[in-house]
Write a protein that binds this ligand. Sequence first.
Ligand code: ADP
Ligand code: ZN
Ligand code: MG
Length: 635
Amino acid sequence: MAPNPKQAPKAPRPRRSMPQLPGRGDSFWLNLATAIVVLVLLAGAYSYFTGAGGTAAPTVVPVSQVASDINAGKISSIVVDGDTLNLTYTDKSEKTSKKEPDSSLSQTLANYSVDKAALDKVTLTIKQQSAWQFWLEALAPFLAPLLLIAFFVWYLSRQVKGAGMQAFSFGQSKPRLTDPNDAASRVTFKDVAGAKEAKEELLEIVDFLKNPKKFLDIGARIPKGILLMGAPGTGKTLLARAVAGEAGVPFFSISGSEFVEMFVGVGASRVRDLFLTAKKAAPAIIFVDEIDAVGRVRGTGVGGGNDEREQTLNQILVEMDGFEPNEKVIVMAATNRPDVLDPALLRPGRFDRRVVIDLPDRGDRLDILTIHARKKPFAEDVNLSVVAERTPGFSGADLFSLMNEAAILAARENRKTIGQFDLIRSIEKVMLGPERKSHVLNKKEKEITAYHEAGHALVASLLPYADPVHKISIISRGRAAGYTLKLPFEDRRMQSKKEFLDDIAMSLGGYVAEKMVFDDVTTGASNDLMVLTNLARSMVTSYGMSDKLGTMTFAEPSEKAAAEIDAEVKKIIGEAYAKAEDIITTHRKALNAIAAQLVDKETIEREEFEKLLIVNGITPKKKEEIVIEPKVVNF
Ligand code: ADP
Ligand code: ZN
Ligand code: MG
């Protein structure tokens, strides 16, 4: 009743962190505080110089008073300083006053009808204002705020650059750089398990980067672009970094998805800068991760970001076409969707070297587990080959998170070492998502789910080409109400028609059991039906496994062919249905027993399940009886 394991929500894939520019954190607040203190000081200084504060000011008197004081002969001298009048009285006291601006002192005083005779007794001095003082006074009210703003902008931009943001440096490329001399983040081929062919291919690139002269002297052409292709989590990013690590060259990495959310034109200029920087550091590697984000087939016109994507892609192509082989810069890119890539990327002289990274096989999985086990304390019972055996279809990243989950489980239970039990529990967690014990089925739902899973398990046990059952459970997991896990011994790349037919019958087992026992069906079988219908359709249209339609494949069938395909698919499913129905009818007692046990215990492991089969007169499959190497399927 569960979706295919590979569709189930996965634990977040671990990402290796790249060296980053220093983060904001504490230094941001420290800098802000400094800025505020400086501002306060500046403001204080400003108000001091503009004369608001400071020395005790002499008494200010109005000009009318000055006029009458002159007439009364009380003033001995006046110093004119701009518009300010510094008055010295005969009694030696000092006062100030202001004349009207833009008019001379004599004019002003005449207006106040000062006696010519009285004025003659006063010593008049006109102080020449210095030029800079004049300008400062005139401009200070405008200049001071401007200066403050300029200061702030400067400060902020410094701040922003430090934090690695782009607000003030739009065009600059911000690739993450891995320094070859940084031992802590250095990755080599030793850190990558499996992927033997890929490593062999890449060894040539390593050789070139280490000793470019040897190749250039003999006139060898080294590929400019290498495209790493493989499922998510197979270690493409890891492998690219390992190439740089092996060769001891700088590694500039940037992700295609980062370009997508940029402003138009920024992506292209980033690409330009990136290539420029890398050329300066040559020999070097440029790594464009998730290149499908920018390198999708052009002109499909979906979404507004399309324009930007095209410009970025074009710039990558221009740069790759533009550089000479002796530039010693190698561009690597990774994708898990080679099918959607723009053919322009794959043309000679661009990403013409392609390296496929497969999902690890059993031996590789053991090696990967061993690598990730290096720094972890294990209990004595741990047997990593058993874990490798039970994890077909797992990527390197899945195995990494399996190890991590196991460590978390052990830590949660306050143990100092990780046990085999932790590892086994983690397999299911990574494959199916965490158990949802809170999702409680009511009695009826529990019974239906139990019969459904028992149906799958029973049919699987009686069909010669289906894999033996490893575990059945009605505990909800991820989106699934229950699941049946089949035991893998080996992985396989090819499947036969007979296996497919048994698979379809097994997928129908749940539905058939529900129908026969309850005379009704639930929505729980919908995923099974979808999967098996797709499988039957592929058999007819892609694998040439239909007797009637033969060895043709049908990408875009005509109307007539479509009708024939539908008829064939229906026939395949119909025959499988009959097979499942037959098995469940014949072994109804066994079905009841399995379902009852499931309702009671919720989970049945392989051994227990096989005992149930034997009690009911069914011989369980043995390893050596399995006709073709098995795989994991679950429902
Ligand atoms: P991809 O780029 O193909 O999606 P990554 O290179 O990001 O995958 O792999 C994620 C993580 O999974 C790696 O950092 C590493 O810990 C682990 N991993 C994947 N493949 C391998 C491998 N072949 N050997 C060792 N670890 C691996
Ligand atoms: Zn099912
Ligand atoms: Mg990656």
